[in-house]
Design a protein around this ligand. Structure first.
Ligand code: GLY
Length: 344
């Protein structure tokens, strides 16, 4: 985690010029240089948090060759899914209260095609299974044992995803956890920020891309909250909550405490606000404010961030708490990292 914070600081220095050029934490043209909407069409890929930089670069390898946005987002989010240092996505994700690593993921294309898996265990790349659900079944969401059965039938390998490091962290937590089944309370005293949904105790990669042909797509994948109750599912695999894409309007994704995002159909709301004419930045801000207004006291102690891109490639982000960053990659800049504005 310390490595990630150092990396974030270094990247933010590099990104500050971009932020200044954009006049806000929203990109208005292909490189944030103020070009108007419509001139900024792709390719471009954005994703949540500092680990999004490496994920974006993998997605960019697809986009730069003229590839499809859907292939780009799938390829991109597989990077943190495989990263053993990342304890909030994929393999090495922190387990639930009972020591099981269970993963959630969703993928969505511009035409409304989508697929998702929730509470999937033993499969290292849930995003690939989500795509198979989309392309090879008439369904949208498979969960738990059924999702695992489907993955195995599709040829995915069953693996142990709990690494020694994650197991050690879980056992440390058990020493003082009192093992009470209270949603979210487990993470209050865990991590550097102390905030449920903060970057050091719970984060998600949500990635949105527009390709050279102007096609939008999105993907979202997470191991969910550390030490969650067994069976808990967050916003990431819920289409309209953790991810939503409408090729006529734009795309949105979220990170943070999924319960709050689900209550407000967060990513769908962001896209609908863009449909009504809001910029991606304004739409993300309004979606965050809905959460804060509905539960003002709870919101002081939790993090939710939204990230959005409209069909012109404009980008915006907003969060409840400071500290949410998002990575941007396009033809001019492969390693951009920007701080999102926040309520507090
Ligand atoms: N945002 C991911 C989760 O709440 O599980």
């Amino acid at each position: 985690m310390a490595d990630r914070r150092d990396f974030l600081k270094a990247s933010l220095l590099g990104a500050s010029a971009v932020a200044l050029a954009s006049g806000a934490n929203a990109l208005t043209g292909p490189t944030g240089t103020g070009k108007t909407a419509g001139q900024g069409k792709g390719p471009r890929v954005i994703s949540t948090w500092d680990f999004g930089v490496a994920a974006n670069q993998a997605a960019w390898s697809v986009l730069a060759k003229g590839g499809h946005a859907l292939d780009a987002v799938e390829t991109g989010v597989m990077v943190p899914e495989a990263d053993l240092k990342n304890h909030s996505v994929g393999r090495a994700g922190y387990p639930d209260r009972d020591g099981h690593v269970s993963l959630d993921a969703s993928i969505m294309d511009a035409d409304g095609s989508c697929g998702a898996v929730a509470a999937l265990e033993h499969i290292a790349h849930p995003i690939q299974v989500a795509r198979r659900v989309m392309e090879r079944t008439p369904h949208v969401l498979l969960v738990g044992d059924g999702a695992l059965q489907f993955a195995l039938e599709q040829g995915f390998k069953k693996e142990e995803l709990l690494t020694p490091e994650s197991e050690l962290a879980w056992k440390e937590w058990l020493k003082t956890a009192h093992y009470q089944p209270s949603a979210n309370s487990e993470v209050r005293d865990y991590g550097k920020t102390g905030l449920p949904g903060g970057k050091d105790n719970h984060d998600t990669i949500g990635m949105l891309a527009i390709d050279a042909q102007g096609r939008l797509a999105g993907a979202c994948t997470t191991s969910g909250m550390a030490w969650k109750l067994r069976g808990r599912v967050g916003d990431s695999p819920i289409i309209g909550a953790g991810l939503y894409v409408d090729g006529e309007v734009g795309a949105a994704t979220s990170t943070g405490v999924g319960e709050e995002v689900i209550r407000n159909a967060g990513s769908f709301l962001v896209v609908e606000l863009m449909r009504q004419g809001r910029s991606p930045q304004e739409a993300c801000r309004e979606a965050v404010m809905r959460i804060v207004k509905k539960r003002p006291h709870a919101s002081k102690d939790l993090q939710v961030g939204f990230l959005a891109m409209n069909r012109d490639g404009e980008v915006g982000a907003f969060a409840i708490q400071p500290g949410f960053s998002y990575a941007v990659c396009d033809a001019q800049r492969q390693d951009g990292l920007l701080p999102a504005k926040s309520v507090y």
